[in-house]
Design a protein around this ligand. Structure first.
Ligand SMILES: [Zn+2]
Length: 193
């Protein structure tokens, strides 16, 4: 029963080329316009040219991870609904505000993704009534080096900062637009290696 869905501009972000192409193809059969990116950096380039109606993003990617990408999206484009796809389950904690919905990698079928998309878009007229987005700090993975790469949520440019040994919320000034960027270092990713 082909339902006449909404035609949406979707940005699909995943480092797996096969998954990217298949998902884009399937979402197109649902009538959507799909652009793809292979990591957070490429996604930001896409966001600078065309703003999508919805973003679907993998969380674990080399380069800029989905955590980092989505924390930037949340600050800069809080009105864009986001679906995070992950190999692990993130129901609670710091990742929860990063996305409107979560799907487990390999556990969902393309129609599940399509209906989740329509569900979120159906809710979107309510979004302006949601509480103002908290200025959550940007999530930065530790890369094992003595510096970290930050992305300014205002101008979307990336810059590096010496890695701080202190815990909690840190601050740096964007060299391009002088916006104060608040960030947290992701100590968890160190223990994965
Ligand atoms: Zn900036």
């Amino acid at each position: 029963m082909a339902q006449q869905g909404f035609k949406l501009r979707i940005l699909f972000v995943d480092d797996d080329a096969g998954l990217r192409e298949t998902s884009a193809l399937i979402l197109k059969t649902f009538g959507h316009e799909v652009r793809t990116a292979e990591d957070g950096f490429q996604a930001l380039v896409e966001l600078r040219s065309v703003l999508p109606d919805l973003i679907v993003s993998d969380l674990r990617m080399p380069g800029m991870s989905g955590f980092e990408l989505l924390s930037i999206v949340r600050q800069r484009f809080p009105h864009i609904p986001v679906i995070a796809i992950s190999g692990e389950f993130f129901g609670t904690g710091i990742t929860a505000p990063l996305a409107d919905a979560f799907l487990l990698k390999g556990q969902y079928k393309p129609p599940d993704l399509a209906s989740k998309i329509e569900e979120l878009i159906g809710l979107s007229p309510l979004r302006p009534h949601l509480p103002k987005p908290h200025k959550a700090p940007v999530w930065i993975p530790i890369n094992g080096k003595d510096y970290v790469v930050l992305t300014c949520p205002d101008c979307l440019r990336s810059f590096s900062e010496p890695r701080s040994e202190s815990q909690g919320i840190l601050e740096a000034n964007c060299p391009a637009c002088m916006t104060k960027v608040r960030y947290i270092l992701d100590a968890i990713s160190d223990s994965h290696h």
